[in-house]
Ligand binder design. Structure first.
Ligand code: ATP
Ligand code: MG
Length: 887
């Protein structure tokens, strides 16, 4: 039996023998595409080739691609674990032809691989072809049917509708019919028992008759008005689920019973002491509802672990927004399954990581390299959700107590939504806990709340793009590495509306403008000619091109312009970017090789660098880093730049490639002395241009990730002047003393000892006053009445009141009016019998009397204080209290 790793290799070998370039998986996390957060299909990384903005050579490629389907167009999350063939993260095996072979080649190769190489039984294979769409005037895909007929009998070819058999990249863009290959993997017993042919079960959600491979034939381009035109280059794009293929090859009936998942499930069993039942075991021995819950939970945890671990390895940590939140939700879903069904009250998933790395670390070295970080992040996330899980459960208990007391049966949807939104409780968790207590949840209300939130999110992000208006043919040339000014024409533009703001995006034939990428902000500047000047307010990067953002179009868009970058800003950004490379290098030297870039931001004003490191960087280490970077600045090292270097050669040069770097055919390598990185950014021509480098903060951004923020050049000048000005001002407070530190230290010591002395005096005074006042006390109807008005701090007044209470036996009413720095304060202290016997309340009395000092306050029944504004009213206020007591 072939192992999963052998099957993966055989796919690559097969397509290599068919002249395909075997390329690495693109990262699962997508950084530079505003329309997609995660790779959800193999073709994502070839989008710009398909759109015609990137060189299609080599025209045949194949790979295995890490995919995640938990949001947007493809969301399989609810299926995962409950069925046995949808995963959140899975590998998609794919082969591509960009204007090379088309339908016949793709169909022949797919068949040859499955049947001749892997020896799958052709009787179990069914294929679908697009049935056509009369309203769109697209005929049935007879062509594909004809090629399939070379391999399979007619009754294994099934017509499919637009939903299943017509693929579109988006609302607009490349599209075309597709053919899917389905496998009937039922056992002979199941086949006999069902009485249905495989053909009847295709696309009927039967867990044993499933799609494994989709061959997409891109031949149309859909325009914004919905119409189709012929695509200039036909594209083959195929995707086969690796885990499903392994299952077929290993004769299993659940993806989880293959060697892709079994080692992880075994680890789960070892840790929990619970048992997992495979498909075979289940068939022999029908399992209980409780056991089924355990089975589902183990599948969910095994699946989600992969999704979360791979995403962290690719640089996407769990967080509370966007892509990060998607990952956090997956993780919490797993934690809750483990908590409820596997009895795991403490972190659990992180304990499975060694197994995952052992199984997949060879095919995906990024897992191995980042094992420590992945473990740390997952453990911390688990711990933190387990904290809110408890809190959420007790809150839910309270809510249920309330409905019980009202005699109701249903938790309202708003409460359930609050559980979801604030405590991260998925609806099904809230429902489960409610059910255990005999309650239901109003799902409709919940969905209304959810919908409201979704709409809020949608409105905030809604961007509307018009069609591109094409002015000229051709591709864009980026000349920004060598020029900051260049002659140009607009080749196309379009209008973009976002939150009622309108602007235009321009694509130029030649542009020196750098589009935002790799953390470096885009250039601004102008395009101008004799008749007008148009401001470029930002430059973005889309499909590998610089897209220039302007508020208005030129009067004559087809005229020639001069594109001029704002060089002050550009030079400052460039210097900061170069400084970032030096910083990266210095950190590795001083902290160690585990330091890996996790993100960066470079603008004209500042630079930020995030990296993996497990503790605070000490002040001494930061100093060392600064010294090393500044030393490299003073050496004025010239840039050594290599453009269009083949990927492998670049690695040989010793360039640091980030994990998550996308496979491009050619890369750029930037070297400053010992610092050598893959980088497409704009850099200073030599390190001397940075001027000076100064770290201004070091902090933690997430578990195991530190952030350094720093300034360079002119910004350092400002920093220095600020410090100098502050110091000068401080010196002048101390008569410009020479030994400033000594003087301040002495001053603080004096201050401390004076404070102690004053406290001593006050304590003595309180003692004295207490005795005096008690001696002078009146007695009214058996109650000792102490009143006084005197200067004293509020704290001392409180002390005094308590001292008096402690020294008087029997009934006491003590009212003190004190003032400190022209602020009046009224304090009332009584013995307990005054409260219980006379029914007095110091809090109420003080509030009433404080009106006379224009203030307010409160306290307990036997002791209360109030502050105010009017010192002159103090005596009256004291009298008022006595009056209110009416002894
Ligand atoms: P299905 O209908 O089974 O959800 P699909 O139509 O969504 O599949 P495609 O988008 O055509 O699938 O993806 C290509 C291949 O990737 C599929 O044939 C299947 O083998 C695999 N695949 C798709 N989704 C998943 C998933 N969630 N988990 C594992 N494999 C998947
Ligand atoms: Mg699907």
């Amino acid at each position: 039996m072939m192992t999963a790793n052998e099957i993966r290799d055989s796919f690559k070998k097969f397509f290599e023998s068919k002249q395909h370039a075997i390329v690495p998986s693109a990262p699962m996390v997508i950084k530079d595409d505003p329309t997609l957060m995660f790779t959800n299909a193999g073709m994502n990384q070839w989008k710009d080739i398909i759109l015609g903005t990137r060189d299609p050579e080599p025209r045949r490629r194949a790979d295995t691609q890490k995919c995640l389907r938990v949001s947007g167009k493809h969301n399989d999350l609810e299926e995962v674990g409950h069925d046995t063939y949808h995963h959140t993260m899975f590998e998609m095996l794919g082969n591509w032809s960009f204007g090379d072979y088309f339908k016949e080649g793709a169909i022949d190769m797919a068949w040859e691989y499955l049947v001749d190489v892997l020896k799958l039984n052709p009787e179990d294979l069914y294929v679908t072809v697009f049935e056509g769409s009369p309203e769109e005037n697209i005929p049935r895909d007879d062509e594909a049917a004809k090629y399939w007929a070379k391999h399979v009998p007619e009754d294994h070819i099934i017509n499919g509708n637009k939903h299943d058999n017509f693929w579109e990249m988006g609302d607009t863009g490349p599209c075309g019919p597709c053919s899917e290959i389905h496998v009937d993997s039922r056992t002979p017993e199941q086949k006999a028992a069902s009485g249905k042919s495989g053909r009847e079960l295709v696309n009927q959600d039967d867990p044993q008759v499933i799609e494994i491979w989709n061959l997409v034939f891109m031949q149309f381009n859909r325009k914004a008005d919905g119409s189709l035109e012929k695509l200039s280059m036909n594209v083959i794009d195929t995707g086969m689920g690796f885990e499903r293929l392994v299952r077929m090859m290993q004769g299993k009936h659940s993806n989880y019973d293959t060697d892709v998942f079994q080692p992880i499930i075994k680890a789960e069993q070892d840790i929990t002491g619970l048992k997992y039942f495979t498909f075979e075991e289940e068939t022999e021995n029908p399992i209980s509802k409780e056991q089924d819950d355990i089975n589902v939970a183990m599948r969910v945890c095994a699946d989600h672990l992969r999704a979360v671990a791979f995403s962290i390895a690719d640089g996407q940590l769990p967080s509370n927004a966007k892509a990060g939140y998607v990952i956090r939700r997956i993780l919490r879903r797993a934690v809750r399954y483990a908590y409820t069904f596997l009895g795991q009250k403490d972190g659990f998933l992180y304990k499975l990581i060694p197994t995952l790395v052992h199984e997949m670390g060879d095919a995906f070295p990024e897992l191995k390299a980042q094992q420590q970080l992945i473990t740390k992040v997952i453990k911390e996330e688990e711990d933190s959700f387990l904290r809110t899980l408890d809190k959420g459960i007790s809150l839910l208990d309270m809510a249920m107590e309330e409905i019980r007391s009202k005699g109701e049966k249903e938790l309202n949807g708003e409460q359930a939504f609050r559980m979801f939104d604030t405590y991260g409780f998925p609806l099904d968790l809230t429902e489960l806990i409610c059910r255990e207590n005999g309650f239901t949840v109003n799902e409709e209300q919940f969905n209304v709340e959810m919908q409201k939130q979704k709409e809020r999110a949608r409105n905030a992000a809604a961007v509307e793009n018009s069609d591109w208006v094409e002015l000229a043919q051709g591709e864009q040339q980026f000349v920004g590495y060598d020029y900051t000014e260049y002659e140009c024409h607009i080749i196309r533009y379009r209008k973009v509306t976002q939150k009622k703001n309108e602007f235009y995006e321009l694509v130029l034939d030649n542009t020196p403008f750098y589009g935002e990428m790799g953390g470096q902000v885009g250039d601004c500047g102008v395009i101008c000619n004799e008749s007008e000047t148009i401001d470029i307010i930002d430059t973005k990067r889309e499909n590998g091109q610089s897209v220039h953002i302007v508020k208005q179009l030129p009067k004559d868009p087809s005229a020639q312009f001069m594109a001029c970058v704002d060089t002050d800003k550009r030079n400052a950004s460039a210097a900061n970017h170069t400084a970032t490379h030096l910083l990266d290098y210095a950190l590795k030297q001083i902290l160690g090789d585990h330091v890996e870039q996790k993100g960066s931001f470079v603008s004209p004003e500042t630079l930020r660098f995030d990296f993996s490191h497990f503790e605070k960087v000490t002040d001494e280490q930061l100093r060392e880093v600064e010294r090393m970077v500044n030393d490299m600045i003073r050496q004025d090292i010239h840039i050594d730049e290599h453009r269009d270097v083949p990927f492998d050669e670049a690695k040989k040069l010793g360039a640091i490639a980030l994990f998550g770097e996308k496979y491009g055919d050619k890369v750029r390598v930037v070297r400053f002395g010992p610092s050598c990185e893959f980088c497409g950014g704009i850099h200073a021509s030599s390190t001397g241009r940075i001027g000076f480098f100064k770290i201004i903060s070091e902090s933690s951004v997430a578990a195991g990730i530190r952030r350094i923020e720093a300034r360079t050049g002119k910004e350092c000048e400002e920093l220095l002047y600020n410090i100098e000005d502050t110091l000068r001002a401080v010196k002048s407070f101390f008569n410009n003393a020479k030994d400033l530190q000594g003087v301040i230290k002495k001053y603080i010591e004096e201050h401390d000892s004076m404070k102690k002395e004053i406290e001593g005096f006050q304590a003595q005074a309180v003692e004295r006053y207490a005795n005096q006042f008690i001696e002078r006390a009146r007695e009214v109807n058996g109650v000792k009445v102490v009143t006084a008005v005197l200067p004293m701090t509020p704290a001392a007044a409180k002390d005094l009141a308590f001292k008096i209470r402690a020294s008087v036996e029997g009934s006491l009413l003590c009212v003190l009016g004190t003032h400190d720095n022209n602020k009046p304060q009224l304090s009332i202290m009584m013995s307990d019998d005054m409260v219980s016997g006379h029914g007095l309340n110091a809090g109420q009395m003080v509030r009433e009397a404080a009106k006379l000092i224009q203030g307010g306050g409160g306290g307990q029944p036997h002791f209360a204080q109030a502050g105010g504004k009017n010192v002159d009213g103090l005596s009256a206020a004291v009298d008022k209290v006595i009056e209110l007591a009416s002894l």
